[in-house]
Ligand binder design. Structure first.
Ligand SMILES: [Zn+2]
Length: 294
């Protein structure tokens, strides 16, 4: 089957100045030896979704970050899960200049007396790069969809009001999810851990959202997400692990860590028949644009 490439336009975010390619400013007059292979530490990847505050990673944080740096990962977006975790997220980000925090309430923790003013205050008094993670999930028994919807809407509106991107989680209710975002109005953001096929990918891209690709595309049998990874515009893809919870090829659920975003980049390079350096360069630029990273 031939899959047409999409004419999805990029959101109205100014692109940063192009970096100069190496060797642009000199013309060798003598024959140079072949260039050395590019080593991983010359490459900079960003894990745009990693729960460094979860015990599995936090209890061993210096080693976890060292292994990630060694693998070429030089930036980490740390989304909050529930309100009780906000202080831990803030303190890890304060201690590490390459960790960028997001604050929000995950749909699994949505509750009726959630106070949006508390989130506004937190976002305004921190270096938050996004509102997240937020969304809808009907593959769980509780909280009910109505509660999730009211918490989700309120957080989407707040993100728009503060001009922050959103980190989105969605399972099971894609139609409602798309409708709510369309209803609230354009938001910048990423659908994290995207693991579905090209049709749904296109619906999200048409809303101006980025796709967060992670462990799903590393699994050889995962045809749908791998097809999405091939046909989606590279300028709308960011990489993530969702560590430690979400596993990947050869890594069980609960055992993941941010160093493995390199394997996600390698899979994407292979699927798109390009180099890992090109994937790193573009997806890192995307992460900087989306989250306005320094
Ligand atoms: Zn997550």
């Amino acid at each position: 089957m031939i899959i047409p490439s999409w004419g999805v336009s990029s959101p109205a975010i100014p692109a940063p100045a192009k970096s100069h390619s190496r060797g642009q400013f000199f013309t060798p007059t003598v024959r140079c030896p072949p260039a050395a292979p590019v080593r991983p530490w010359f490459m900079r990847l960003i894990d745009t979704h990693v729960h460094l505050d979860f015990p599995k990673l936090r209890d061993d944080l210096p080693a976890v970050l060292a292994r990630a740096n060694e693998a070429g990962i030089g930036g980490f977006v740390l989304p909050a899960y529930d309100t009780t975790g906000w202080d831990a997220v803030a303190s890890i980000a304060a201690d590490h200049e390459d960790v960028f925090p997001a604050f929000g309430l995950h749909p699994w923790e949505a509750h009726r007396d959630f106070e949006i003013d508390g989130l506004r205050e937190r976002l305004l008094t921190s270096d938050a790069v996004a509102v997240g993670e937020i969304g809808l999930d009907t593959k769980i028994d509780a909280p009910d969809l109505e509660t999730q919807l009211s918490v989700f809407r309120a957080q989407l509106r707040l993100a728009r009001a503060l001009d922050l991107p959103v980190i989105l989680h969605c399972r099971g209710v894609f139609d409602v999810f798309v409708d709510v975002i369309a209803e609230v109005g354009p938001v910048r953001g990423v659908v994290h851990a995207f693991s579905r096929g090209p049709e749904l990918a296109k619906r999200f891209l048409d809303l101006g959202l980025y796709l967060g690709l992670g462990g799903a595309i590393t699994r050889p049998g995962a045809k749908k997400p791998r097809r999405s990874a091939v046909v989606a515009p590279l300028e709308r893809i960011v990489l993530e692990t969702d560590a430690p919870g979400l596993g990947m090829d050869g890594v069980p659920n609960g055992e993941n860590e941010p160093a493995n975003v390199r394997a996600v980049a390698a899979s994407l390079a292979e699927l798109r028949n390009t180099t890992i350096e090109e994937i790193a360069d573009r997806t890192t630029r995307n992460a900087h644009e989306l989250f306005r990273l320094p």
